[in-house]
Design a protein around this ligand. Structure first.
Ligand code: HEC
Ligand code: HEC
Length: 301
């Protein structure tokens, strides 16, 4: 757990650092950079994993390094923007200009941004060094910012969980990795929560751990997502207001690497799962199905 925290918290410390430097009212020397949606997205989203300054977060290559590699590959603005927007829409190893980064960190998760946001980010990055985003003022917190803020936190949780899980799978296969999930899945989401002052959970209509069970309203949302997803339509994140809290929901879709434990587990694994989770409902999935959601809870002061 301590190791996880160490691995993980610096990434957030960096993200928060970027925000607090933006919200100060004293103009910094670089504060003349004009705010733009692209720059703000870079500041509030890309920084979490990539880092904007000289320091690496350990979760992804520094953004300025990525930018340099892409500028080398595409010196023409139109090509740069088109290809980067395409990568952000659907990251793949074939589109990578930094194969060693894919090898070292695993492929970047799809961000779920709109087409316009992808283009805005790419245009901004073509023209500005990544560090310049640190100097941008933050936009006032509105509804859409909450949705984006929650998405950033959900993706960072996903990256932290995914990275550790894959390491454990490599180390000793699913039977070994399962102990990691059992011990650490909840604590990791909690450590994110602590670092960000929010509550992060994973919920499912077919939970393995009963603590992760979706409630009635959440089941309806998951049901709606399943229908859309089965029809090949895009499913989008959603905000719900509950009392004095705003909850952001972000879909979790199964991938090949989930199948060992959520598809049809082998007999040994199935027995262990039964032992740990006698009420386990989280098997029988296929690739590319709605498994549940990340839920990021903000309190409204
Ligand atoms: C949840 C963590 C995470 C977030 C958030 C994130 N990235 Fe990434 N990104 C990664 C990782 C890990 C890699 C390295 C593996 C790869 O290249 O796919 C990467 C790689 C990339 C690459 C491709 C590098 C290559 O392989 O050529 C680009 C471009 C990129 N990120 C841009 C962005 C931008 C722009 C943002 C913000 C809008 C962003 N990323 C947000 C994790 C993240
Ligand atoms: C090594 C086995 C293993 C793999 C691989 C695995 N999981 Fe899990 N998963 C678990 C265990 C164990 C739990 C229960 C964790 C807990 O007690 O909170 C769990 C819980 C979850 C939950 C929380 C809801 C629930 O059912 O309790 C979600 C969502 C989830 N997994 C999604 C995924 C996705 C998506 C993947 C692939 C990217 C994946 N898992 C890969 C073992 C695994």
């Amino acid at each position: 757990m301590n190791v996880l925290k160490l691995l993980f918290v610096p990434a957030f410390a960096l993200g928060l650092g970027a925000c607090s430097s933006g919200t100060t009212s004293t103009p910094s020397p670089e504060a003349s950079v004009a705010p733009s949606s692209g720059g703000l997205l870079v500041q509030t989203n890309c920084a979490t994993c990539h880092g904007l300054g000289q320091e690496s977060t350990g979760m992804a290559p520094r953004l300025e390094e990525v930018r340099r590699a892409w500028l080398t590959a595409y010196s023409n603005q139109e090509a740069f923007v088109q290809h980067m927007a395409d990568f952000l829409a659907k990251p793949s190893a074939e589109k990578s200009k930094m194969p060693e980064a894919v090898e070292a960190y695993g492929l970047m998760p799809a961000m779920g941004y709109s087409k316009q946001q992808q283009v805005d980010v790419a245009e901004w990055l073509f023209a500005h060094s990544a560090n310049e985003a640190l100097a941008l003022a933050e936009a006032p917190a509105s509804k859409t910012d909450r949705l984006d803020e929650g998405r950033r936190i959900a993706l960072a949780t996903k990256a932290a969980l995914g990275k550790r899980l894959m390491a454990k799978m490599k180390e000793g296969g699913p039977l070994h990795a399962i102990e990691f999930c059992t011990l650490h899945a909840l604590p990791i989401t909690d450590s994110v929560a602590q670092a960000e002052g929010v509550e992060v959970r994973r919920i499912s209509d077919k939970p393995r751990n009963p603590l992760n069970a979706a409630d009635e309203r959440e089941r309806m949302l998951l049901e709606a997502w399943k229908v859309l997803h089965a029809e090949g339509k895009e499913i989008s994140a959603e905000l719900q207001v509950r009392g004095n809290r705003v909850l952001g929901y972000y879909p979790i879709i199964t991938e090949e690497k989930c199948m060992a434990c959520h598809g049809t587990p082998g007999p040994e694994l199935a027995a262990r799962l039964q032992e740990l989770y006698p009420q386990d409902q989280a098997t029988g999935y296929e690739v590319n199905q709605v498994r549940g959601a990340f839920r990021v809870g903000f309190s409204m002061e």
